[in-house]
Design a protein around this ligand. Structure first.
Ligand SMILES: Nc1ncnc2c1ncn2[C@@H]1O[C@H](COP(=O)(O)OP(=O)(O)OP(=O)(O)O)[C@@H](O)[C@H]1O
Length: 228
């Protein structure tokens, strides 16, 4: 599903953000990625959705070696994954419905199929009653729900989230986590970078700890496991 083999990532400024990572994440797993600021978590995640390519080593996602993708193949590859960001990245001029539908329109789904599926995912995230609103009319938690709905609308096998609760208060963060748990319970792999110690300690899953661009700990049911 997600495989990294001896991956190094050196940015053009000389920073080695990932320094020899090998990892295997199987279909249906739920994995937290934790570690101090600057440890390389975002880079590790960006390598998964081919926002970055490794300087050496291999990143293989659903059988595809990301370094071998041609430029024109990248958009199609990205659509096989769901990606959720800390800052939501919604399109401000589109309604809730349109933001989610957009991800299906680009793959030229039939409008009827789009409508049915968009309403289904918006119901799953508890936002069916706000489909006509615009992002700036929603709370942070609601905006994150829209972005999660968008990430799963094309039924990806993997959802990758970089600090999805980073901008949210604790209560809203728990609600967002519940949605990720539901998505995972449907069989979708979830990989989530987070600084949220309470969540990692209470909703126990596999925990990969990165420090200095290396995996220093990888345990099932692990706790947050390091001090800031
Ligand atoms: N585009 C880039 N160009 C150059 N250096 C970068 C780039 N992105 C990240 N880095 C550097 O790579 C290292 C790892 O950064 P990364 O963002 O992956 O860490 P992180 O663990 O996600 O940190 P945080 O928890 O603060 O988000 C840092 O030293 C950072 O300055």
């Amino acid at each position: 599903m997600i495989q990294m083999k001896e991956v190094y990532k050196k940015y053009p400024n000389g920073v080695v953000a990932v320094n020899g990572i090998s990892v295997d994440i199987k279909q249906g797993e739920f994995v937290y990625v934790v570690g101090p600021s600057g440890a390389g978590k975002s880079t590790f995640i960006k390598l998964m959705y081919r926002d970055e390519v490794p300087t050496s080593g291999e990143v293989i996602i659903n059988g595809i070696n990301t370094s071998k993708l041609k430029r024109k193949e990248i958009p199609h590859f990205r659509r096989t994954l769901g990606v959720v960001f800390q800052d939501f990245k919604l399109l401000p001029k589109l309604t809730v419905f349109e933001n989610v539908a957009f991800a299906m329109e680009v793959i030229e789904e039939h409008p009827k199929v789009i409508r049915k599926r968009v309403l289904e995912v918006l119901e799953l995230v508890g936002l069916k009653h706000k489909i006509r609103m615009f992002p700036n009319e929603l709370s942070g938690g609601e905006q994150q729900r829209v972005s999660i709905a968008r990430s799963i609308v094309n039924m990806p096998k993997v959802v990758i989230a970089d600090e999805p609760t980073g901008n949210l208060d604790p209560e809203t963060s728990w609600e967002i986590m519940k949605i990720f748990e539901e998505i995972n319970a449907m069989g979708t792999t979830v990989v989530m970078a987070t600084h949220n110690r309470e969540i990692v300690n209470r909703i126990r899953k596999r925990v990969i700890t990165i420090e200095g661009g290396m995996i220093v700990r990888d345990v099932f049911g692990g706790d947050y496991g390091y001090e800031i």
